[in-house]
Design a protein around this ligand. Structure first.
Ligand SMILES: C[S@@+](CC[C@H](N)C(=O)[O-])C[C@H]1O[C@@H](n2cnc3c(N)ncnc32)[C@H](O)[C@@H]1O
Length: 204
């Protein structure tokens, strides 16, 4: 879920695993398709949101490769996505959901460009323009500006606001249980948060 342009999806397909990708962005999926073609890999991709996932089969494992689940802000949508996961798991299946608690941005970094020069010599840069960190709502809205090309002569400038929700101890577990999902175990990633391994509640 949230496979984007295919990291690590395509690596897993190349290793011989049967993996299906889902993402709500047609642009990201097109990049994934192009890269799969370039590597001569066959992969099934679905342009759907996690909240509306309807693939018509069940999976032994469903995973997100990063904390993408936290991009779902509305709790009703969170519940829908958890129900869709439950509906796509085999009875012995597992879902892996990484979660973390974002920290407020260091004010000294606001407005400061971070640059990267690609192998083709193109400059890519990003900076945080603004951040609204709402502790009470467990939500942060971050406005980023992306730049292609040098600051003196940008080729493209794009501004995007991203919102993330985070969860208190036990809160996600309680939401999962409303979708008949139980936490089998938690994997601790230290400063990067934790991943919950979920099973269908009736099988535990
Ligand atoms: C951090 S990126 C994933 C990166 C991925 N590992 C890659 O190689 O591109 C998060 C992805 O989640 C997708 N996404 C965000 N919200 C989503 C949703 N509600 N349902 C499905 N996909 C979603 C975005 O379109 C984006 O491609």
């Amino acid at each position: 879920m949230g496979c984007g342009h295919g990291e690590p999806l395509l690596e897993l397909v190349a290793a011989g695993l049967d993996v299906t990708g889902l993402d709500s962005s047609p642009d990201m999926l097109e990049l994934c398709r192009l890269e799969a073609d370039r590597r001569d890999l066959r992969v099934q991709l679905f342009c759907q949101s996690m909240q509306a996932m309807d693939i018509g089969r069940r999976f032994r494992s469903i995973y997100l490769a990063g904390p993408t689940f936290q991009l779902i802000i509305d709790l009703a949508d969170v519940a829908h996505a958890l129900h869709r996961i439950a509906a796509h798991l085999t009875p012995d299946g597992r879902a892996l959901i990484p979660l973390f608690t974002p920290q407020p941005a260091d004010p000294a970094t606001i407005g400061v460009w971070r640059e990267h020069v690609t192998a083709d010599g193109e400059t890519l840069a990003v900076r945080t323009v603004a951040e609204s960190y709402r502790l009470g709502e467990q939500r942060v809205d971050i406005t980023l500006e992306y730049r292609r090309g040098p600051s003196t002569e940008p080729i493209e400038l794009v501004e995007r606001t991203w919102s993330l929700r985070w969860y208190d101890d036990g809160e996600f577990e309680a939401l999962a249980s409303t979708a008949a999902l139980a936490v089998e175990r938690t994997v601790d990633h230290g400063q990067f948060g934790r991943s919950l391994i979920l099973t269908l509640a009736s099988t535990t």
